[in-house]
Ligand binder design. Structure first.
Ligand code: ZN
Length: 261
């Protein structure tokens, strides 16, 4: 009940806050997980993209990453790229067809334990790691290989969707590098993108950041920071949260803040 009231208040606040203003110039990385918690049609996500397209240009995730990493942010253009975490099956069955129809490539950050897990593992993963009350299946390796062959980016999101805190090197290394190695083994190509689970600044500590920085070219958060990067010791590129069934105005609210202060 409290959760629902909070959600409603947030909804109303976003309705109000998103009335004015346009998408700000620069590169925006959006990160979602699915079209909705429940089983929703892909037309909802297609509609959202068509609305964003009226105000901004949709670009490939790797191009957006390169612009940020090389400090070549366009001054006048409004560019939006997409990533999706956790590797749910609907990424392939519903999100992929919409992206492919638009001709844009996204990034998909997967948990190899979820893909490889048995029925009990998957149930526990949904309940305790990504905290979903509905059933969602992971993508299969065949589907992930197809995404990669089509030009989408496959990134690592740890084996078991663990928070990367503390100083247990072996555990952190296993989660971060073990995931990378498993993806590389299945895709037969190097995996250079990493997004840590939960994505808030407190969900990864210095040792986790160090290991990720040593093994991946590009590392990502999911925070609402106004800057392109978080963390001074080992910089991570920021992504903004959205989901495929969000109202355009709510997504716009997160795209209209000036990213470079
Ligand atoms: Zn996740």
């Amino acid at each position: 009940m409290i959760k629902n009231s909070r959600r409603l208040l947030r909804h109303l606040a976003l309705d109000f806050l998103s009335l004015k203003g346009e998408i700000s110039t620069g590169v925006h990385l959006l990160n979602g997980h699915y079209i909705g918690i429940n089983n929703l049609p892909d037309s909802i996500f297609a509609n959202l993209l068509s609305q964003i397209k009226k105000k901004a240009q949709l670009i490939n995730f790797d191009e957006a990453t390169n612009m940020i990493a090389n400090g070549k942010i366009p001054e006048k253009e409004r560019l939006v790229a997409f990533t999706f975490d956790d590797g749910f099956e609907e990424c392939f069955l519903k999100i992929r067809p919409v992206l492919n129809a638009e001709g844009i490539k996204a990034g998909f950050f997967v948990n190899t334990g979820f893909i490889d897990g048995n029925k009990d593992y998957k149930k526990k993963f949904l309940q305790t790691k990504v905290r979903l009350s509905t059933t969602k299946e992971p993508m299969t390796w065949e589907q992930i290989i197809t995404l990669r062959a089509e030009g989408h980016i496959i990134g690592a999101h740890t084996i078991d969707h663990d928070r990367l805190v503390g100083k247990d090197f072996d555990k952190l290394y296993h989660q971060i590098v073990g995931c990378k190695k498993r993806i590389e083994e299945k895709l037969e190509t190097s995996c250079e993108y990493f997004a840590y689970p939960y994505g808030q600044l407190a969900d990864i500590e210095s040792m986790g950041r160090k290991i990720a920085s040593q093994h991946f070219l590009y590392n990502f958060t999911q925070t609402n920071s106004k800057d392109y990067y978080s963390f001074k010791d080992y910089p991570f590129i920021n992504r903004r949260h959205f989901e495929g069934n969000w109202k355009f105005n709510h997504v716009k609210y997160f795209l209209k803040r000036n990213l470079l202060q």
